[in-house]
Design a protein around this ligand. Structure first.
Ligand code: GDP
Ligand code: MN
Length: 392
């Protein structure tokens, strides 16, 4: 789960990271007021959306007065911001962060990520900040410094100092960098984060370090024990298809194709998506319906998949272990009755109670295409698409 920049700054500040003074605004009037709170002069207005690359997309502006803040805020609020990191739909700007301007001498990059290979939290840093990490990795890979943290020891003092030296920091900057590194590590570990990124972390002209931007992302599987983090969720920034699914306990990821997928098990879901592509189609989503799927759950899965207007055919692929094929078949039949499905549906059932499941489908009289194997199901789904889409 992602949170806003101002929320990440609040959290990191409580752990000891220096951040600029500022305030949130939901209207142009409030934005102007925030500017006056900061002294009424030069300040930075920043769109709060769950994406980086806002600067280049026109979502960050240095303003000179409260009236300039008001004007820029009224242009920005309610607009959707399309950045390099969002899709073509962009993200709606519903709130702004107004902060004091900083006198930048140097921009650094600092990120904490989970390195799955070493099974450790890893620091990635660069003395050449401001650019996105992807661009840095491409354009200036030699500037990147990586450091693994041993979970039994934590971030050791000598490691933090070494990193600061590697980034070319000197004098009073070293001690400040050590503080920032330790604070980020504790925030990451104590709050079950997946990512902490400060880009840019700046060295100001007066030699102080400040986090000018902050991004945090959290492990959704740990939110049950981090109520204070879970409360920061902003559904307005999420893909509506994904929030609907999350609210119904379905693992769903929206994609760009037109073949809707209702599958049990993440592995089978991935395999089915591969088979669809092999057969010449494009999946509209990843969806794992999970074990023990009741008819009601199957219905919710249909609603989720159908909430995507691009879906032109649905592929149901169930290998029933804990599930039972007759439950699934009843769910599909119920979905037809309750939702009124008007697009082709291909169903492949295998495993527990498969005969009973197939019988139910066959005797339902509904226009469902049955398939025996995964490959047949994928081919049938691709073949069942309307001519207009198949031709594209
Ligand atoms: P992002 O584009 O979404 O990553 O947003 P950032 O918060 O990183 O802002 C983009 C850029 O705006 C930064 O890299 C800075 O160069 C600039 N910026 C942000 N805050 C300030 C500030 O207080 N003073 C100055 N001069 N520039 C700033
Ligand atoms: Mn940034």
């Amino acid at each position: 789960m992602d949170i806003h920049e101002h929320q990440a700054k609040d959290i990191l500040a409580t752990f000891g990271v220096p951040v600029p003074k500022g305030g949130v605004a939901f209207s142009p009037e409030q934005a102007a007021f925030r500017c006056r709170e900061l002294g009424g002069g030069r300040c930075v207005v920043k769109a709060q959306v769950h994406s980086g690359g806002r600067g280049e997309a026109g979502g960050v502006k240095l303003c000179e007065s409260d009236s300039e803040v008001r004007t820029f805020a009224s242009e920005l609020l309610g607009k959707t911001l399309v950045t390099k990191q969002t899709d073509a739909n962009g993200k709606r700007v519903d709130r702004l962060w107004i902060e004091e301007a900083s006198e930048i001498a140097r921009e650094l990059y600092l990120g904490f990520v989970l390195d799955r290979k070493s099974e450790r939290i890893m620091i990635v840093a660069s003395g050449n900040g401001g650019m996105e990490i992807e661009d840095l990795a491409e354009e200036d890979p030699d500037s990147l410094v990586r450091m693994e943290i041993d979970p039994a020891v934590g971030l050791a003092q000598y490691q933090a100092r070494k990193l600061a030296f590697n980034l070319g920091l000197e004098g009073a900057q070293i001690g400040q960098m050590v503080t920032v590194l330790k604070a980020c590590y504790r925030a990451y570990r104590d709050l079950d984060a997946m990512m902490v990124e400060i880009n840019p972390l700046v060295v100001c002209k007066d030699d102080t370090l400040v986090a000018l931007d902050a991004k945090m992302s959290f492990d959704t599987n740990a939110l049950f024990r981090r109520a204070e983090v879970a409360a920061l969720r902003d559904p307005g920034q999420e893909d509506p298809r994904e929030s609907f699914a999350a609210d119904h306990g379905l693992a769903y990821v929206g994609l760009d194709g037109d073949i809707g997928c209702i599958i049990n098990g993440a592995g089978l879901a991935m395999a089915s998506m591969d088979m669809i592509q092999l057969a010449g189609g494009e999946p509209a989503n990843f969806l794992d319906i999970g074990g023990g799927a009741s008819a009601k759950r199957v219905c919710q899965a249909f609603r989720t998949v159908l909430s995507d207007g691009n879906v032109s055919v649905i592929l149901v692929n169930i290998f029933a272990g804990i599930n039972r094929c007759d439950w699934i078949a009843n769910g599909v039949i119920q979905a037809y009755k309750e939702i009124g499905i008007e697009i082709p549906v291909v169903v492949r059932l295998a495993g527990t109670n498969v005969e009973a499941g197939r019988k139910l489908i066959k005797e339902s009289g509904l226009p469902i295409v049955s398939a025996d194997t995964l490959a047949e199901a994928a081919e049938a789904a691709v073949a069942a698409r309307p001519q207009s889409i198949a031709a594209e």
